[in-house]
Write a protein that binds this ligand. Structure first.
Ligand code: HEC
Ligand code: HEC
Ligand code: HEC
Length: 442
């Protein structure tokens, strides 16, 4: 297989030297060695910082295949235009980025251009990474060149439909949609707020999943100043990433800053749990961030005004008759019966689940969301919470695709969305059918 990224370059022997200079990443020695420059000026502290930033950017999530070495690429990313494979970003001189200079790395990260000058597909979130500061970029480079083990893994050919297979089109895309430029601190906002904005908009690339995309796959906004679309929720890879603005009932208006921090650190709160694509983000990225960075992210997110204008007013659960009916077994609908038979054991008859074990369906922002993709998806395929340092148990929701029909899933979810004070429209069997096809294990 011909790795596209490699053509036309002559290998330099010098890169072999880089490979034997890889220092061990011992956290304890970091402080002692902090001021000792390596042969090319990179300090141990810079590499520690780079490793931390690589977590914040979740580089491993996209750049590692399930059976491959970390960062050796080959993960298929489904886009509306076809399949794009992530590339090898270990310092292997032939298949990876071992020959990249800092300037070439910087250009790949900010402008989406590979070393040999070909354009990278925006599936690599360079429009977000453009905001990374110069010193953070140096730290990332030091880590990837000297702290990561080289893997001789060949890159895979993309499988994109014409005309999207033409990389030259990306130049036009960049002209139209690439904002570019490092993050500039917003005057009038606190240092903490700015730190949060820097992480969310930049390395965290939260908008890549949480901001809706336009016809060319571009995110409709890259920060909060730019209209009302930033982080209002979007579907990526058959998961609906929640509304993170202050939209009442469906966004984060009911979450405290501590809850947001708790969620990003442990993958769960007293009433909610990370699932689907977000379980991966928490497990590989946010759980590793320092408390002050998570608090900064929460500070920033909680400052976003309500955006979509959707207001789902939840009536107090106490006034709701669902719980009593479920307990008495006097259920009136198919959906309620299906709930009793399949869901009640874990999510309970009052819909509140169990503290930090089973998330609450009563008053859940996701259950009330205007987009039902994630709800259908989790019932069909199940999901497991991320195992985190503080909360290691990866509690799982079972899959129901094998035992429930499209109509069953629609009915049980319609019941859940209209019980215990939830007031969201019902779910259609057609939508379940579409998602069943899209998520089927082939
Ligand atoms: C959402 C998925 C995703 C994330 C997250 C991501 N990348 Fe990428 N990256 C890609 C894809 C896909 C490509 C290949 C694009 C192509 O071939 O057009 C790529 C390409 C690259 C390249 C170009 C290498 C080459 O020569 O092909 C570099 C460098 C890179 N990524 C670095 C990083 C770093 C560093 C991070 C973390 C800070 C990161 N990426 C996070 C998807 C991602
Ligand atoms: C790869 C896609 C992806 C990325 C990147 C991503 N998220 Fe998510 N996120 C999701 C999905 C899908 C959900 C819905 C599942 C859930 O609620 O656990 C979600 C849910 C959430 C929730 C829970 C909201 C609720 O109402 O339940 C928060 C908070 C959140 N994300 C914050 C973030 C932050 C902060 C970032 C960036 C650091 C981020 N996400 C990056 C996909 C993503
Ligand atoms: C064995 C226990 C169990 C059963 C049975 C179960 N669930 Fe779950 N459910 C969970 C767990 C655990 C999670 C969290 C999964 C995660 O975070 O990945 C969850 C999460 C969910 C969520 C996401 C809630 C949110 O906002 O975070 C929904 C919706 C849901 N379940 C609906 C249902 C429905 C409908 C049924 C019945 C068809 C059902 N569950 C049956 C354990 C269960």
């Amino acid at each position: 297989m011909k790795p596209e990224i490699c053509f036309g370059s002559a290998w330099r022997l010098g890169t072999v030297l880089v490979m034997v200079l890889i220092p061990s990443m011992s956290a304890n020695s970091a402080l002692e060695q902090a001021a000792t420059p390596g042969s090319d000026g990179a300090t141990q502290q810079q590499m520690e910082q780079g490793a931390y930033l690589a977590r914040a950017g979740d580089c491993a999530a996209c750049h590692s295949a399930p059976d491959g070495q970390p960062f050796s690429g080959g993960l298929p990313l489904a886009t509306p235009f076809g399949i794009i494979y992530s590339t090898n970003i270990t310092p292997d001189p032939v298949h990876g980025i071992g020959q990249y200079s800092f300037e070439e790395f910087d250009r790949a990260m900010r402008e989406g251009m590979a070393r040999d000058g070909h354009h990278l597909y925006p599936a690599m979130p360079y429009s977000a990474f453009a905001k990374v500061s110069a010193s953070d970029m140096h730290a990332l480079f030091a880590y990837f060149i000297k702290g990561v083990k080289p893997a001789p893994t060949e890159n895979r050919e993309n499988n994109l439909r014409w005309p999207f297979s033409m990389r030259s089109l990306i130049a036009v895309w960049n002209l139209l949609y690439l904002d570019g430029g490092e993050y500039v601190a917003k005057p009038g906002q606190s240092a903490q707020w700015n730190r949060g904005a820097y992480l969310v908009q930049g390395l965290g690339h939260c908008g890549a999943c949480h901001t809706p995309r336009g016809i060319a796959g571009q995110e409709e906004a890259y920060d909060e100043s730019n209209g009302k679309r930033y982080l209002v929720g979007a579907v990526t890879d058959n998961w609906f990433a929640a509304d993170l603005t202050a939209d009442f009932g469906t966004g984060l208006s009911g979450w405290t800053k501590d809850e947001v921090t708790d969620y990003l650190k442990t993958g769960r709160t007293a009433r909610s749990a990370a699932f689907g694509a977000m379980a991966q983000v928490v497990g590989a990225s946010t759980q590793h961030l320092r408390d002050q960075d998570l608090t900064a992210i929460a500070e920033y997110l909680k400052s976003l005004p309500p955006a979509s204008g959707v207001t789902v007013l939840a009536s107090p659960a106490a006034a709701d008759t669902t719980t009593g009916a479920l307990r008495a077994g006097t259920v009136g609908s198919r959906g309620a019966q299906l709930y009793l038979d399949n869901c009640n054991t874990c999510h309970h008859s009052d819909g509140t689940g169990a503290l930090r074990i089973f998330p609450s369906l009563a008053g859940s922002e996701m259950v009330n969301a205007p987009d039902v993709t994630s709800l259908i998806h989790i019932v069909l395929t199940g999901s497991a919470m991320p195992s985190t340092k503080i909360a290691p148990s990866a509690l799982a929701m079972p899959d129901f695709a094998w035992r429930m029909s499209d109509q069953d899933v629609a009915d049980v979810l319609s019941f859940v969305r209209s019980s215990w004070g939830n007031q969201a429209p019902s779910v259609a069997a057609n939508d379940v059918g579409r998602l069943r096809k899209a998520t089927e294990v082939k």
